[in-house]
Design a protein around this ligand. Structure first.
Ligand code: S3P
Length: 438
């Protein structure tokens, strides 16, 4: 094998994207000034900031001694739920599913008209899974182009609470419905079919948003009687970003990395669990709790060879965004990595099951694609040197860059700029850890 790269060093990846979106959007529940530290620099979170600005929230970076343009601390001034204003033009969510879906929930209870749209990828993603439920609570929605797709207009109404038993374990849908529920008469409760990221209720607890957990596992809210208190929150590092380095280090013998301050809450820990199942040398150090989330430093030491495993349908939602990079762990293991019950991957920024299959096959791997997953046969030596398609999907662009270090020959990656959707600076951070050792 020509590749003798290893990953070595200490890295703090940027703040968690999901938690950042929530800290920004939940600011609308306060009336006053909030502070958010280590906000994700992701383009997706900038989309949330742009949209919320059009609704009357004001955002400013707080200088942190390194020059304010570098700062990841933000001050957010909110007029409160009853002070939001009708946007003068389209709320453009860019590539961000979390922005458009969570804002739909917030806007369902606001008695003005908002038009929401996104880029071509977002326009192709399913919105009915949120909007049909919001309509059942009383909101009015009209689609401008295709049924069930952005662009659409949402006109908030007086909402009625309802119970939702969701068939998809989607944290975005759950959060949108709870945001609507905080503006609805009566009780709104949401039950997911399996564990997914639970940042919303963790943040509700941390911020003092009243909610209850019911005996059937659903989360329930009623109308917010008054704005919640102003808050200050520090966002932990994003495990979905850390995952690229974790898998890279686990697959490259001689590697040793320490990823600091990573959110390891149970609804996000799939990549840790799967790498452990595969026999990776991975340990959590300095485990602690902050801002309502479980946090740890993650140490990964490169293994000679990982083993195969299966990711089950019940596990998928705990790491749905990490499946593309976990496929790389499968590609170099000594067995087979099988993923089942992951049809949600077809509705992400690209059809990730199709792209995983195509890209790894082109690199010389044996991959079988199923409607709801795939099986990848591990190999000690993967040729690479092939074209790697991203379709502007950031997770594919980053997976390709790590795979390029693991395969015998560097990949010809369609583009890498889309990484900025979740992780501007990814390539620099990867190159800073990568070193030759021959
Ligand atoms: C997210 C939930 C997940 C995930 C997305 C972020 C969130 O989507 O894929 O990147 O912040 O709630 P689904 O809720 O559609 O599974």
């Amino acid at each position: 094998m020509a590749a003798k790269i290893r990953l070595k060093g200490v890295l703090t990846v940027p703040g968690d994207k999901s938690i950042s979106h929530r800290a920004l959007i939940f600011s609308a529940l306060t009336k006053g000034t909030n502070k958010i530290h280590q906000l994700s620099p992701a383009e997706d979170c900038q989309s949330s900031i742009q949209c919320l600005s059009k609704l009357g929230l004001q955002f400013a970076r707080i200088a942190n001694g390194q020059g304010s343009s570098e700062s990841t601390s933000w001050q957010v001034l909110s007029p409160g739920l009853d002070g939001l204003k009708a946007p003068e033009n389209t709320l453009y969510a860019g590539n961000s599913g979390t922005t458009i879906r969570l804002l739909s929930g917030l806007l369902a209870g606001q008695e003005f008209e908002s038009r929401l749209d996104g880029d071509n990828s977002l326009r192709s993603r399913p919105m009915a899974r949120v909007l049909d439920h919001l309509k059942s609570m009383g909101a009015s929605v009209t689609f401008q182009a295709l049924d069930g797709r952005a662009p659409f207009t949402i006109t908030g109404k007086k909402l009625r609470g309802r119970h939702f038993d969701l068939s998809v374990a989607s944290a975005q849908v759950e959060t949108a419905l709870l945001l609507a529920g905080l503006q609805a008469e009566g009780e709104t409760s949401v039950k997911l079919p399996s564990l997914a990221r639970d940042h919303t209720v963790r943040m509700f607890k941390y911020l003092g948003v009243p909610f209850s957990k019911k005996a059937d596992g659903s989360n329930s809210v009623t109308k917010l009687a008054k704005p919640i208190s102003e808050f200050e929150i520090t966002v932990p590092s994003d495990i979905s970003s850390a995952a690229f380095f974790m898998v890279g280090a686990a697959c490259l013998p001689g590697s040793e990395i320490l990823l600091r301050n990573v959110c390891v809450s149970p609804g996000r820990a799939l990549v840790i669990e799967v790498l452990k199942q595969m026999g990776a040398n991975i340990s959590l150090l300095n485990e602690r709790e902050a801002s309502g989330e479980a946090i740890a430093d993650i140490k990964v030491v490169g293994s000679e060879r990982l083993g195969g495993t299966t990711i089950t349908p019940e596990q998928v939602a705990q790491g749905v965004d990490e499946i593309p990079i976990l496929a790389l762990a499968g590609a170099c293991c000594s067995g087979i990595l099988t993923v089942k019950g992951a049809s949600e991957l077809r509705h992400k920024e690209s059809d990730r099951l199709a792209l995983i299959t195509k890209n790894f096959q082109a690199a010389g791997c044996t991959v079988e694609e199923f409607e709801d997953g795939f099986s990848i046969h591990g190999s000690r030596s993967i040729e690479g040197g092939s074209r790697w398609l991203t379709q502007l999907d950031h997770r594919l662009a980053m997976t390709g860059q790590v795979a390029s270090l693991v395969f015998n020959n560097a990949l010809e990656i369609e583009e890498t700029a889309s990484a900025a959707v979740s992780y501007p600076g990814f390539t620099d951070d990867l190159l800073a850890l990568a070193s030759d050792h021959e």
